[in-house]
Design a protein around this ligand. Structure first.
Ligand code: NAP
Length: 300
């Protein structure tokens, strides 16, 4: 059973089920409901969505499945995001892809997410990407409005630098709970650019998207991916033949910032394999052997 973790002021599952690829899974409403049930049975109670996923269709698909059993809502946490405006047949008024973190846009996007997902509250709303036109006072005012209305319980950001995070936090009298970032054995940048230092300093577990490199960990033929696969296999052998994904996730879980990986598979057996990562403790040398394989050189 997947553990629970305190993320700022909220609790979530230690691993999160992401639904970015939901439309690719081509599931019927009933099949999606079965998948949601399987996640909950594994202890994956936190679901990560965004207004734009599936070309603005994932939230509605998730909501339709949820509407088959509305009582499930109380057994899960829903994370969603806003702030990116896509070129889409669903948004014919957009003529350029852009970001929008204005008060009006955030409030309207969150209210639309509630309707799409057939729920009356969002557990955690994230600003999807840092907006060069972000006006922190306005964005904070949107958060306050949504919080006071009980429409959103907790707030956070995604892909923010520490300084962008601090700017928005400075305008709020309640804490942002997380920064959702790209982090994996194939993407080491947050270890070295201050992002994870910031998370650890604030004791706010970051959520990690594409924790298996978006699947390229299994299929990539470039030199870095081949080296990383070999290192993961070697460490896996020392842990009773643990699979690539299990070891790659255990590597993330070993970080002292308490990283919360956001999984992206629609296949329950793969989610089960991912959950096994919690049972594996990498020692320091195993952790660095994977770091070295990814970086392509030993530490200085
Ligand atoms: N905040 C952001 O900017 C941002 C950006 C991107 C994603 N996200 C979030 O992060 C979530 C996860 O991202 P992701 O989907 O890129 O995660 P990921 O877990 O790195 O990649 C998922 C892909 O890997 C494949 N896969 C997983 N386990 C596998 C295994 N054992 N063997 C072979 N293939 C395997 C999956 O295919 P199958 O489905 O066939 O198993 C899927 O195509 C998204 O759903 C979304 O919620 C957030």
């Amino acid at each position: 059973m997947v553990a629970r973790i305190q993320v700022g002021t909220m609790q979530m599952s230690r691993l999160v089920a992401g639904v970015w690829r939901l439309m690719e899974w081509q599931m019927s409403k009933d099949a999606l409901l079965d998948w949601i049930h399987a996640c909950l049975d594994l202890g994956l109670t936190t679901f990560d969505n965004a207004d734009i996923y599936g070309g603005y269709r994932c939230e509605a698909a998730f909501g339709e499945a949820l509407a088959l059993q509305p009582a499930l809502r109380g057994t899960m946490e829903i994370v969603t995001k806003c702030g990116i405006a896509l070129l889409s047949d669903q948004r014919p008024q957009h003529f350029v892809k852009h970001y929008n973190t204005s008060r009006a846009h955030i409030v309207a996007a969150a209210e639309n997410s509630l309707r799409q997902m057939r729920t009356d509250y969002i557990d955690l709303l994230l600003i999807h990407r840092p907006d060069p036109l972000l006006n922190a006072d306005e964005t904070a005012a949107a958060f306050v409005e949504l919080k006071q209305a009980g429409k959103v319980l907790h707030f956070g950001v995604s892909n923010f630098t520490p300084s962008q995070f601090d700017l928005l936090q400075a305008r709020l009298d309640f804490p942002l709970v997380t920064n959702q970032i790209e982090f994996s054995v194939l993407h080491l940048q947050p270890l070295h650019d201050g992002t994870l230092d910031h998370s650890q300093r604030l004791r706010l577990p970051p959520m990690a998207w594409s924790p298996l490199g978006g699947g390229s960990l299994f299929t990539g033929q470039d030199a870095q991916t081949q080296r990383v696969r070999a290192a993961l296999e070697q460490v896996g052998r020392a842990h009773g033949g643990a699979a690539l994904d299990t070891v790659a996730l255990a590597w993330l879980l070993a970080h002292p910032a308490h990283v919360v990986p956001v999984l992206g598979s629609g296949k329950v057996e793969r989610l089960r394999g991912a959950a096994a990562a919690e049972q594996i403790q990498l020692d320091r040398q195993q952790w660095f052997s994977i770091w070295q394989a990814s970086a392509g050189h030993e530490v200085p």
